[in-house]
Structures are given as structure tokens and as C-alpha cells.
Design a protein around this ligand. Sequence first.
Ligand SMILES: Cc1cc2nc3c(=O)[nH]c(=O)nc-3n(C[C@H](O)[C@H](O)[C@H](O)COP(=O)(O)OP(=O)(O)OC[C@H]3O[C@@H](n4cnc5c(N)ncnc54)[C@H](O)[C@@H]3O)c2cc1C
Length: 612
Amino acid sequence: MLAGTETIATIANHWLAKFERALAESDRVLLETLFHPDSHWRDVLALTWGIRTVNGLDAILSELETHAGRANPSGFRIDSHRTAPRQVTRAGTAAIEAIFKFETAEGRGSGVLRLIPDANDGNTLKAWTLLTALDEIKGFEERVGRSRPKGESYSRDFRGPNWLDLRKSAAEYAEREPVVLVVGGGQAGLSIAARLAQLDVDTLIVDRGQRIGDNWRNRYHALTLHNQVQVNHLPYMPFPPNWPTYIPKDKLAGWFEAYVESMELNYWTATEFAGGAYNEAEGRWSVVLRRADGTKRELHPRHVVMATGVSGIPNFPDIPTLRNFRGKILHSSQYDDGEAWKGKNVLVVGTGNSGHDIAQDLYSSGAKVTLVQRSSTLIVNIEPSAQLPYALYDEGTPLEDCDLITTSIPLSLARKSHIAFTEQAKNLDKELLDRLERVGFKLDFGEEGTGWQFKYLTRGGGYYFNVGCSDLIAAGEIGLVQFSDIAAFVAEGARMRTGETLGADLIVLATGYKGQEHLVSKLFGDAVAVRVGPIWGFGDEQELRNMFTRTAQPGLWFIAGSLAQCRIYSKYLALQIKACEVGLLPRVGAVPDLKEAAVDARPRHRGTSKVF
Ligand SMILES: Cc1cc2nc3c(=O)[nH]c(=O)nc-3n(C[C@H](O)[C@H](O)[C@H](O)COP(=O)(O)OP(=O)(O)OC[C@H]3O[C@@H](n4cnc5c(N)ncnc54)[C@H](O)[C@@H]3O)c2cc1C
């Protein structure tokens, strides 16, 4: 029990009051008494206009000193409209957790405070983690709830254009330029466009797909989402309460169409973004769009948001003997259906989610399938193991509070939590994992046992959520060979080191996608790619590189990730773009170390993956 007779809320409010006083009076001595030696401060725009994590007492004190003067934070108090302060265990540590609100000179925010006792200071409760996150910019609040648009302007003008006319003409961009061009209309593109629309930033989404939702429709036949419905909502418009726990792909695709309509998003289908160049003097892009009818359109947005997911550039591994093979070779991105391969022999190279899903689809279509494993892979049963990290979303806590709590966990503690989830999953899935090992499947559990989430965040793949394929492999229904046991590919298939030939009519390369840096290079040129540097993954930083934040290239932004990640971080990305537009924020982010910024040409395993 951390709290004695004082209520938890009183303790938290007391801490917040002292924190506010220490900041206002630049009282370093007082501030120092408030933070635990092992403490972490994550700021999401509120005080620093960046997404940053600062670890350790000294670093936190000096960063707070640097930023508090300009930001002028005040009004810290428990938010009575949100989940009440409570005792929790996070990353294995018991703490008091309190959601609070505050404001700064420029905006209003919310945060999460976690207090733990300092054993070296009489068990005084001190901040272990602190999140300060911006919710809105003063004077530019979202038009929701009571400040929703009233609509008189349409309904009273009987002769003028009605809502539909206005929507159609807004989406045409016949005589105006969008302020923001979003490339890609999957969950990342929809989330950021919906947020920007609420902030009154004129935004156009373009997607090469023929129909909104095709990014899901065109995936394999049996696909249902891997996360449960309560984790997957898009911003503003939660899935209906009668929807199934695991949403089927075509149902989600249909929802995307409805979402675009309801959120009044401007969306051009069948439109490919062919590239762009930035005009420094004018502070805007010249971008070329190729439309399905063969026409080109040039636009001049001030911002381009890349929301292209992993569907950028397929990674073809360098296997010289593959050219000997006389059958068909497909990258997983070109694979659509197993029907044509009934009764045929197929080798699927790669054991991430795509490799497994394609192998299972082919097997279900009557093909004789062998998986070729190139490196050890993490396997986790879809239920319950893969759902362990999302327990918070299933406890009845409001979505908004779950998202804030998720945002408040600094990277080092997230790693600790995921090591624990991975251990738990290993035990839960023991029987399956043992059977897989018996047929020669090589397993791993991620770097330092951090599991699939960190594989996703660092390399975008290298794991499989078992929805049945692992059972088929363990039962010998789907064959398994190690890539290192193949001597060479030959006309008829794969010649094994044993001398035996594994015949094949089709080889599917489920070998992932190249990193976003390659796409940036292709679409904007090498100079921009070098300026921006590595995208995704952590490097030495505590935050994902170049994601959801300003980059070294003015007006170029990136958003990607799971539905939950897109829901959470689209809010902060939209606030930054709005802040740039209203002159609160310069458009360029920190210039990275140029050595690190050189385009990383290593192929990444960016398969079909998910996370938050
Ligand atoms: C079986 C399975 C289950 C999954 N379950 C979940 C889950 O439960 N929860 C979850 O969060 N995630 C899940 N995922 C993963 C995740 O949702 C996907 O990775 C998701 O598609 C990523 O969304 P996105 O918007 O970033 O990219 P995408 O969906 O890939 O969308 C990118 C869009 O950009 C377009 N595009 C690309 N380049 C251009 C260009 N040059 N011009 C125009 N358009 C372009 C593409 O056409 C595409 O529509 C699952 C994935 C699979 C395969």
C-alpha cells in the first residue's frame, strides 16, 4: 500500500501544486525533491514542441529549466472528468497513477503522473514517470462537441449549393491548392486527414488504389484483424459496439469508405504520387500526381505527409541461383490468391507474417507448400498471447485515457513490460513452440527477449501471430526447410545440400520491404533522403526516428503504424502542422547527424505486421 490515510488524489494534487510552484519560481531545490533518482519525463509537444523522452533526475531538471520559462505551464490539477487517481502496477512496479490537466502559454494539455517511494529519502513519494502532452492550441481548438459546426450556412440558403455540392467542389481542388497532401489512404492517411480536418487545415488524400479500403480488400481471403476491436478504433468514430472482436478485412475496408464520407475527407482514388520537389523560397512543394485516366496533375501543398505504410519498395533478396529457376517467382506483394496453384508445389521463402499467411492460403487452396526459413522467427499465438499488451484496453477505462496512459510509458519501461509479456507468452505457447522446434523451426524471442512489439518497432517484422499456420507446420502439413540447407536453386526448384531436389512450380519471396528511406529517395531524391535520415526504429534515441514529428526537410512528415498508433499520434502530428501554419512552430526539425543520416541501404524485413 503506497498511500496511507491521505487519499491518492490529495497526494497527487499536492505533488502537482509543488511542481507548478517549482517551475514558476525556477526553484531547482524544490524541483529536485519531486523527482525520483530513476525518473522519466516524456513531453509530447506541450513544453518542448517535440516528442521527447528525458531520463534521469539531472537531465529532467535541466530540460525543465530550459523549456518551462517559454512554455509557462500552469493550472496543474487532477482532471476530475477522467479516470481517477489509482494504484497500479506498470512495468512490474507499483505506483500511484494520476491523470491531470494543465495549460501553457500556447495550449492546453493533459498528462500522467506516476509516484513511487524513494527508499533513500524516507520513502517520500516522488515522480517516477511524468507525461506532459498537448491537447489543443489556444484559439485553434477542434470544432467538436459544443463547438461543433452549426450548419445554418447550408440549410438557410435554399438556392445555393447544398452540403453535397460543397463537398464535391471542395474535393476537386479545381481552383485552390490543398495545404496538406497526404500520400496513402490507409489507416495512417485517414487518421491524420481526419485530425487535420478538425483543425481546419485543408487536406487532400491521394491513394493509388481504385477504391477506398482496397489496401485491406486486396489482402488474403480469410484475413481478420489481429488486434481486438477495442484497440483498433479510428479517431472520432469508434466501431459500433456490436462489431465482432476480430474485424474481417472487407468489413474494415467498407468502414474506411464510410469514414471518409462521414469525416468529410477529400480523397482521390486511383491517383499515384509520382514525386515532388520543395521550393525553399516559396515554402511549398511541387508534386506530380498521376491519375488513372493517364492525366497528370501538379499541386503545390505546403506539407506532404507520407502515409504509405510498408507497401513501398519490395525487398528482393540477392540469391544469384534464383535465375536458374524455370517456374514463376512472385514477391509477396504480387501474390493475391492461391486458387491457381491447386495441386502445385510451392516454396515460400520467409517466415514472417506474410510468409506464414501466404503458405496457409496456398495450403488451403490445395497446393503442396514448403516454407523456407532464412532466420529465427518469433511465434506467438494470436490468442491469448498476442493480446497480452492490450489488457489495459479491456478493463473498462475510457479509450482516451487508455491512449494517454499508453503514451505515458517511456521506452525503457515499455521494454521491461514487453520482456514480461514475452516470458508470459512463452509459457502460454509452450506446447506449440516445443512442437515447432521438434520439426526444426528456429525460434527467437526478440532482442533481449523484448518480443514481437520491439521487433516491429525496430525492424518492422521477424515474427508471426499464429492463426493456424504454425500448427500446420508442426503437424507436417506444411513443409519446412532451412535456407542454409539449400545448395542452389535449379530449373525445377531447390537443390538441397543432401543432393535431393525440392520441386517447385512457384516460389514466393515473402522477404519484406525496403525501409521508407528508399521510398523517400525515389520520390524526393537522394538529397532529401540524406537530409531526413533513417525513418522508424530507434537508433540511439528514445523515440521512433522521424515519425509523427518535424523532420529535417521542411514540410515533409511521416505517419505509420498500427491503428492505435495512428489514432494516438495523428493528433500530435496534426497539432504540429497546425502550429506551423499559424506561425507557432518553424517547419524544420532538428538536423540529424549526417553520418547517421546516410541512407541506410540494409534491407528491412517489413512484412505485414502490426503493433501499437
Ligand atoms: C493479417 C493482418 C492483421 C492485422 N491486424 C492488425 C490489427 O489488428 N491492428 C492493427 O493496428 N494492425 C493490424 N495489421 C497491420 C496494419 O494494419 C497494416 O500494416 C496497415 O495496413 C498499415 O496501415 P498504413 O495506413 O500505414 O499503410 P497501408 O494500409 O499499407 O496503406 C498505405 C496506402 O498507401 C498507398 N500508396 C503507397 N504508395 C503510394 C503512392 N506513391 N501514391 C499513392 N498511394 C500510395 C497504398 O495504395 C495504400 O493504400 C494487420 C495486418 C495483417 C496483414
